[in-house]
Design a protein around this ligand. Sequence first.
Ligand SMILES: [Fe+2]
Length: 293
Amino acid sequence: MPASLAWTLSIVTLNAHLNRIHLLSPQPEAMAAFYARAYGMAVQEGLGVQAQALACVGPGRRVDISPGPANRLGHALFVFQDAADHERFARHAQALAPWERLEGPGWPQGCVQVLDPDGHRMVFGLASAGQADQALASAGVPAAMSQHFALRTQRIVEMLAFYEGVLGFTVSDRVLDNQQQVRAVFLRCNELHHCLALFAAPVTCFDHQSFETPSWNDLKHWADHMSAQRIPIDWGVGRHGPGNDVFFMVRDPDGNLAEISSEIEVCQPGRPVGLWKNEERTLNLWGRAIMRS
Ligand SMILES: [Fe+2]
């Protein structure tokens, strides 16, 4: 049996959570100022693992930004709370190619990095108590946790095979066109509906990141906060079909979407994969949607 198939069959979910994402930008200072203002985060220099990185940090949420092309993910960091889950994944990762062990300031214990078919760096480590990015408080806005992100890709079949078949993410929902080709897929790495979404698109780029807030009422307060900051809502308020979460999205200075979401579906083990039509209603049950292809 191939190692990847054995891995897929050996577990139900990875049991990892998104800790932070790292974005590249031609205007990192403007981007950091935006995330600090929009999402109630503090800008920290010298915290990120990349040269010249600015770390935007709030309780349970973090975005690192460093110089580079717009609309490009640098890395995503997932952490395991449970040492046994982490050890099992780290053992598995050593069978992957290419992979690299990451050590040093800014990385949690036991980090391994793998590259997806589009060249994105996916990093997996063990959560440690008292991390600096968990300690900073933000005043005046409700709770919101780094929860998921999405990528646009020109090779969704290969990307899906990598995340599901190699890394062991679990498919929650697929979006199919009239020819039954996959146009989008939502994958989870814990009980929440998705920690990663992939959209088939004419270009390969970062799509959005999402911060999950505890309730619909909190989402309303986040919308009022955006209004007070004169940051217009670009899409929403709506409810996604896959995930059933209520949401709105704004755009950062590079044009990346950034989301506040709530009520995302909690999946039970063995939940059947959902199938959706590739139409606006799928991406927003309440109205218009941003179609990626
Ligand atoms: Fe999202």
